[in-house]
Design a protein around this ligand. Sequence first.
Ligand code: PRP
Length: 207
Amino acid sequence: MLTFALSKGRLADKIFDMLRKLKLCDIKVDDDDRRLVIESGDYRFFLAKPSDVPTFVESGVADLGVVGRDTLLEEMRDLTKLLDLGFGKCKMCVCGLVSDKDKYKYKTNLRVATKYPHIAKEYFDSINQNTTIIKLNGSVELGPIVGLSDCIVDIVESGRTLKENGLEVKEVICELSARLVCNNASLKTKYNEISNVVEGFKKLVKE
Ligand code: PRP
């Protein structure tokens, strides 16, 4: 049996679409579903908070995981990255108030609100800018609006949240999308099963 840790939330619909097409999971899972473990044929699926998917895969309780690159960069777990699944495309960006123009560039101690403290620190360290990183768990855009921070580091997908709140992208840090990842030991012990799954995903991604 192969076990997957899947991200709940914005990636979930597309993940289950792919699993159905690959005939790995024939169970319909909708937004109202409260099940955390789903079994279908030879496969078992954990539905986890996205930031916890790498933990399940690194520990080996899940052989495979589907998770955003943002989470992989932030969590830095020891696992094998197998495939860019080509959906959930968005960008990791430095964003700030439109009215602030590029003031943030010249702050000596920049206050940065983010759900991604590691990514934010690494980015500002790389351009030698001193920062105080303020960890938030959601609605990060509030930071500059209410004066908690000078800017934010966050994912931007459609750009709607920024636009509707008077913010804009100042810098793009990197491109993001959903990734298929694997436990290092499982890749050796279940090589054939995992290879079959990866080949299936590869064909779907090319379509
Ligand atoms: C994410 C992200 C932005 C928004 C970007 O938040 O943190 O706030 O989506 O998407 P957009 O560019 O399409 O508007 P999420 O919806 O996950 O909620 P959260 O702010 O509570 O984390």
